[in-house]
Design a protein around this ligand. Structure first.
Ligand code: F7E
Length: 329
């Protein structure tokens, strides 16, 4: 019998949770996930392998529910990926964002401390914490968040570091820059653009409304990034790591690239919409992945252009299938 490898993932139905589950199943883990009860359940990202997972109802807002699940599952690793993760929503619901994205981390860590401080803990931290700090941003760059989401993530980061220092928990904070895929939610700019390109190309839409085209981001491919999460928990010592490609593009370049894949001229379709401009913007994110390369041996495999092409193609296939199903109905 090998060593027991049991993972518990919060946010398992999200983009990263779904890719991480697949990776851990390949690595022969027993994979458990926490899902919030909801009258409209959304399992499409994990549907094709849901029978290989064990899902538990619990909530980051409910301390005892977390203690109960951790007692029952007795995981060896916990990945805290659940959060209110859409930046614009954090201005509309700053308190709820703080409850999930900030205090939720403490609730999971408290449950770990109570049930078994030997559980290894991964916290999904974010490049949004750097905010206004000039690029390139690395592990030593000061935080200067620009949204209630960014502020909440800074809390999550420091409470993770604090449980490591106070209680000796193997707790790590992965500071991940933007990471995208065909499973990305359609509210985020990459997927919003690739979905619109597919719909415009297939004649079911004509226009795409966007906010700030000059913002710069370091966009990577989500399946590459979940490998780094796992790698952080396999180290001898806990630590914090920036995960990024080290390459930056503007939103405008993203738009050009995605429309280009479909042979479309973006200027004929993209309109600017002032209501999509944020109250405070993060202008320029560019990560320095030196530490993760040197210590984790981590490198991204899929670059920006290839990722955008994969996303446009996946959306074209999906929109075409939907149109076909609609025509038959
Ligand atoms: O925006 C600009 C927008 O919403 C990227 C989350 O995963 O990554 C993500 O946060 C940029 C911003 O991601 C639209 O102003 C222009 O400058 O795709 P986004 P984000 O805010 O960078 C970090 C690492 C996280 O942790 C977050 O959870 O694109 N932009 N026009 C637009 N953005 C959106 N969403 N929609 C637009 O129409």
């Amino acid at each position: 019998m090998g060593e027991r490898r049991v993972a518990l993932i919060t946010g398992i139905t999200g983009q990263d949770g779904s890719y991480l589950s697949e990776l851990l199943l390949e690595e022969s883990y027993e994979v458990h996930g926490i899902v919030r009860r909801s009258s409209t359940e959304r399992f499409e990202r994990i549907a094709s392998f849901k029978d290989r997972l064990t899902l538990h109802q619990a909530d980051l807002l409910d301390q005892l529910s977390l203690v109960d699940v951790i007692r029952q599952v007795r995981p060896t690793e916990i990945y805290n990926l659940a959060a209110q993760s859409f930046v614009p929503t954090s201005w509309r619901q700053p308190l709820l964002t703080g409850e999930f994205t900030a205090l939720g981390v403490t609730r999971v860590l408290e449950a770990v401390r109570l049930v078994d401080p030997g559980i290894r803990f991964y916290q999904a931290s974010s490049s949004e914490m750097f905010g206004n700090s000039p690029p390139p941003q690395g592990e030593r760059t000061p935080f200067s968040p620009r949204s209630p989401y960014g502020v909440a993530k800074v809390y999550g980061h420091f409470i993770t570091v604090n449980y490591r220092e106070s209680y000796g928990v193997f707790a790590v904070s992965g500071i991940l820059f933007n990471h995208e895929s065909p499973r990305r939610g359609k509210e985020f700019v990459t997927r919003k653009v690739t979905d619109a390109v597919a719909r415009i190309k297939l004649g079911v839409a004509d226009e795409l409304r966007l906010g700030n085209l000059e913002a710069r981001r370091d966009w990577g491919y989500a399946p590459d990034y979940v490998r780094a999460m796992w790698g952080m928990l396999q180290q001898r010592e806990p630590g914090d790591y920036v995960i990024a490609t080290g390459v930056q593009h503007t939103v405008r370049q993203l738009v050009e690239c995605a429309f280009g894949v479909a042979g479309l001229d973006w200027r004929r379709h993209v309109r600017s919409d002032p209501s999509l401009i944020r109250p405070a913007e993060v202008d320029s994110l560019l990560g320095d992945p030196t530490r993760s390369r040197d210590r984790l041996g981590w490198k991204p495999r899929v670059g920006f252009e290839e990722m955008v092409r994969l996303m446009v193609e996946a959306d074209m296939d999906r929109v075409a299938a939907e149109a076909h199903a609609g025509a038959r109905a």
